[in-house]
Design a protein around this ligand. Structure first.
Ligand code: NAG
Ligand code: NAG
Ligand code: NAG
Ligand code: NAG
Ligand code: NAG
Ligand code: NAG
Length: 643
C-alpha cells in the first residue's frame, strides 16, 4: 500500500536520510526538527483514532528521548492498522490549539506521505510504569520552573513559560519532563487507582504502583509538604477517552482499576493516557462514612463547631434534607455551625431579593425534622431548634452566581450558646472590637461584617464576625469567611510556571484584613478565645496567602495532631485537598482541641450523589479561662509552631 497523493510535493525536497523518531522527539520540550520535512520515518503503529495514529520507532538508550510519535492525518489513518510496520515522510510540527495558548505543544508528524506498510501483525511492548516495571514518575515536583518557597504554589505565578524555556528534560526529577519523555509512547499502568470522580469529559485521574507522598487511607492523594515543599503529585495522569470507543468507569476516589495500556499524549491542557480499551473496576471503597466521634459536650465551656460550604443553598434546594442529615447524623448537631454559600430567598433568580431568612428557615426546619428522626444523634438530647443569623449583602455585590447573593451565616443552639446582645450590622458597616470599663471585649456590631467596603472584598463574600457567650457567660469570638475562588487558575500541566493560582493576591489581601481584625481582638486581650473558619479556597501549603495569620492563630489540624494526609475537605483534579480551614487563638490551642473532617461528599458513590462539593468539618474546643478538670474530655496538647 502506497500513498501517492503527495509525491509531487515530496519531489520538492531532496531525499534526506531516514529520520529516527527519537531524533524527532529529542531531549527537550520542543523538537529540534520542528518545521522540517523528514523522510522514511519508521515505526510500528500502536494505536489510532479518527484524526491520526501513533507509531513506535527504535528506542534510544537515552530515556529522555521518546520513541513514540503522533502522526496527524485523518486520511492516512484509514490506511493503517495497529501492528503495521510503516515508513513515511512528513513535516515535524509542534502543535497546540490556537484557542488554548497555555497548553504545552505536542510533537507531531503532519502532512504524511510516502506511506509504506512494510509488514503487519507486529507487537510493540509497552513501557511498564510501576515499581516492578520499566519506569516510575518522580514523586513531588512538576517542573524545574516551579521555583519559589512554595514550589508549584509559589507567588508570583507565571514567571516562566515552559515552552519558551524549552529546557532539556529531567524525567527523573520533574513530572512534566517525565510525561514529555514518554509523549507518543505506548505505556501500561498496572493496577491503577482513581484519585477523583471523572472530570467533565469523563476522564479519570489515576496513579500507579509506586510510592506517592500524601496518599490517604481512602486512596486519594492529599496535598502535603515534602521536605518543606508542597507536593504536586506529578506522577498522577489523566486517562482520556478509550480509543476503541469503550467507556471509562465512573470513578470515585480510591477505586481500583484493571491495568491500563494506552498512548501518552497531551490534550486540553494535560498530559493524558488514551487507553486502547477501558479498564474494568476491580474494587470500590465503601460509601459508608463514620460520623464524628464526639458530640456537643455536657460542660458549658466545651463547644462544638461545625463548618460546611453547602453549595448554593436556596429555599428550594433539593439537597437541604441531605445537608440537614449531615449536620445531625454526621456532625452530631454542633453548638455552632459556620455555613457558606447560603443563597437568598429567591435562590438564583436575579430579582433584587437579598434576604435569606427563608433559606435558613428551610435548613433549620430540615435539621429539626432530622433530629426527630435520629433521637440518638446527640446523646445528651438537650437539643433545641437552631437559631440563625446572617447579614444580607447588597444585591449582586458579593460574587457567586448572579442573583444568588451567596453569603456566610451562623446556626447555633441557644441551649448551648448565645450571641452577645448588641446591634446587628448591615452590608456596608464594619464591626469593631470594643472594650468596656471592666475590660471585657465585645463587638460594636454583633454580628458584623469585617471592613466590608475594602477593595479586597470587591465582588466577593464578606466575613462575618460574631461575639458569643456560653450559658455561664464566658465570651468568645468567631469569624466566618468565604474567600475569593480560584477561578481563572491555569492548568498544572500548562505553559505558565508556576501555574496561575487564580486570585491568590486577592485571597492574600482578604486574609490580611481578616488577620488585622483578629489582631485587634488579641491586642486587647491576648488570651481571648477566637475561632476563624470557613471556605478559604486555598491550601495551607500556599503559605504566602496565610502568612498574616502565622503570628496570630493556629491551624486546628496542627493543634489536634491530625495526620497531614487526612486533612482534606475537597477533591479537585488529582488532589484531595483542604480548602476549608479552622484556626484558633493561643488560648484555645493551649486548652487542646479536636477536629474531624467528615467525608460525606468526597466519599460519595458518584459525583452526582454528593450533597455539596465540600466535606464538612467539626471541632471541639474549650472556650473558658477556667481550666478543664482532669477527665473532662479533651487531652491538652502543646501546640506546635506555625499557625
Ligand atoms: C526511503 O524509502 C523509500 C521506499 O519507501 C526508498 O525508495 C528510499 O530509498 C528511502 N530513502 C532513504 C533516504 O532511505
Ligand atoms: C529546544 O531545545 C532543543 C534541545 O536543546 C533544540 O534542539 C531545539 O532547537 C529547541 N527548540 C526551540 C524552539 O528553541
Ligand atoms: C503568562 O504570561 C504571559 C506573558 O508573559 C501571558 O501571555 C500569558 O497569557 C500568561 N498565562 C496565563 C495562563 O495567564
Ligand atoms: C429575617 O429574620 C430576622 C431574624 O430572624 C428578622 O429580624 C428579620 O425581620 C427577618 N427578615 C425578613 C425579611 O423576614
Ligand atoms: C448600613 O447602615 C448605615 C448606618 O445606619 C447606613 O448609612 C447604610 O446605608 C446602611 N447600609 C445598607 C446597605 O443598608
Ligand atoms: C499581607 O500580609 C503579608 C504578611 O503579613 C505581607 O507580606 C503582604 O505583603 C500582605 N499582602 C497584601 C496584599 O496585603
Amino acid at each position: 500500500m502506497r500513498c501517492t497523493t503527495l509525491t509531487s510535493l515530496a519531489a520538492l525536497f531532496t531525499a534526506a536520510a531516514s529520520t529516527k523518531i527519537v531524533d524527532i522527539q529529542g531531549v527537550a520540550f520542543q523538537s529540534a526538527l520542528a518545521g522540517q520535512w523528514v523522510h522514511n520515518v519508521t515505526g510500528v503503529v500502536t494505536a489510532k483514532d479518527r484524526y491520526g495514529f501513533w507509531v513506535s520507532g527504535e528506542p534510544s538508550d537515552d530515556t529522555r528521548a521518546s520513541n513514540g510519535l503522533r502522526v496527524y492525518s485523518p486520511t492516512v489513518a484509514k490506511k493503517v492498522e495497529a501492528g503495521d510496520l510503516v515508513s513515511l515522510s512528513g513535516r515535524v510540527s509542534e502543535f497546540r490549539q490556537a484557542s488554548r495558548p497555555n497548553d504545552l505543544y505536542l510533537t507531531e508528524l503532519e502532512i504524511p506521505y510516502n506511506l509504506d506498510v512494510l509488514s503487519t501483525g507486529n507487537v510493540v511492548k509497552p513501557v511498564v510504569l510501576s515499581r516492578d516495571g520499566d519506569r516510575i514518575p518522580p514523586s513531588t515536583t512538576l517542573s524545574a520552573h516551579d521555583t519559589g518557597p512554595d514550589g508549584w504554589l509559589s507567588v508570583p505565578n507565571n514567571v516562566t513559560l515552559l515552552e519558551s524555556a524549552n529546557a532539556t528534560l529531567y524525567p527523573n526529577k520533574y513530572g512534566l519532563d517525565f510525561w514529555e519523555s514518554l509523549e507518543g509512547m505506548l505505556v501500561t499502568i498496572p493496577s491503577p487507582v482513581a484519585a477523583n470522580f471523572p472530570d467533565m469529559f469523563g476522564s479519570v485521574w489515576v496513579y500507579g504502583d509506586w510510592d506517592i507522598p500524601g496518599r490517604n487511607e481512602r486512596g486519594g492523594l492529599t496535598i502535603t509538604f515534602v521536605d518543606e515543599t508542597p507536593d504536586a503529585h506529578p506522577g498522577t495522569i489523566l486517562v482520556g477517552k478509550p480509543l476503541d470507543g469503550t467507556r471509562l468507569p465512573k470513578s470515585v476516589v480510591g477505586m481500583a482499576l484493571s491495568d491500563i495500556t494506552g498512548v501518552v499524549t497531551y490534550q486540553f491542557g494535560y498530559y493524558s493516557v488514551l487507553p486502547l480499551t477501558a479498564p474494568t473496576v476491580l474494587s470500590v471503597p465503601s460509601v459508608e462514612v463514620t460520623p464524628a466521634t464526639f458530640s456537643s459536650g455536657t460542660q458549658p465551656c466545651e463547644i462544638t463547631i461545625g463548618d460546611y460550604n453547602v453549595e448554593n443553598m436556596s429555599p428550594r434546594s433539593h439537597h437541604i434534607p441531605r445537608i440537614a442529615e449531615h449536620i445531625v447524623k454526621y456532625l452530631n448537631s454542633p453548638d455552632i455551625v459556620f455555613l457558606q454559600e447560603i443563597q437568598d430567598d429567591s435562590g438564583p433568580r436575579n430579582d433584587g431579593v437579598v434576604t435569606a431568612n427563608k433559606t435558613l428557615t428551610a435548613l433549620v426546619r430540615a435539621i429539626t425534622k432530622e433530629q426527630a428522626g435520629h433521637p440518638h444523634a446527640s446523646p445528651d438530647s438537650r437539643l433545641s431548634t437552631y437559631s440563625f443569623v446572617d447579614i444580607p449583602p447588597e444585591n449582586n455585590m458579593d460574587g457567586g452566581k448572579a442573583g444568588g447573593n451567596i453569603r456566610v451565616a451562623y446556626l447555633w443552639r441557644p441551649d448551648r450558646v448565645t450571641l452577645l446582645p448588641g446591634y446587628k450590622g448591615n452590608a456596608t458597616r464594619a464591626t469593631e472590637v470594643v472594650k468596656d470599663g471592666k475590660g471585657t471585649l465585645s463587638l460594636s456590631l454583633n454580628p458584623g461584617r469585617i471592613d466590608p467596603m475594602s477593595i479586597a472584598w470587591e465582588d466577593t463574600r464578606k466575613p462575618l464576625a460574631a461575639a458569643w457567650q456560653t450559658i455561664t457567660g464566658e465570651r468568645f469570638f468567631t469569624v466566618n469567611v468565604h474567600l475569593s475562588s480560584k477561578r481563572d487558575s491555569s492548568s498544572q500541566h500548562g505553559d505558565a510556571r508556576p501555574p496561575v493560582n487564580g486570585h491568590a493576591e486577592r485571597r492574600t489581601h482578604q486574609v490580611n484584613i481578616t488577620a488585622a481584625f483578629v489582631e485587634s481582638i488579641l491586642s486587647k486581650d491576648p488570651l481571648a478565645s477566637v475561632i476563624l473558619a470557613g471556605d478559604m479556597n486555598d491550601f495551607i501549603q500556599t503559605r504566602s496567602v496565610f502568612r498574616a495569620l502565622d503570628p496570630l492563630l493556629h491551624d486546628i489540624n496542627e493543634v489536634s495532631n491530625i495526620d497531614p494526609v487526612e486533612r482534606y475537605t475537597y477533591v479537585y483534579e488529582q488532589h484531595t485537598q483542604e480548602i476549608d480551614h479552622m484556626f484558633v487563638s493561643d488560648a484555645v490551642a493551649a486548652r487542646g482541641t479536636e477536629v474531624e473532617h467528615v467525608h460525606v461528599n468526597t466519599w460519595a458513590g458518584s459525583a452526582n450523589e454528593r450533597a455539596s462539593d465540600h466535606d464538612p468539618s467539626v471541632a471541639k474546643i474549650w472556650v473558658c479561662d477556667k481550666p478543664r478538670e482532669v477527665g473532662q474530655g479533651l487531652v491538652v496538647q502543646i501546640p506546635g509552631g506555625g499557625y
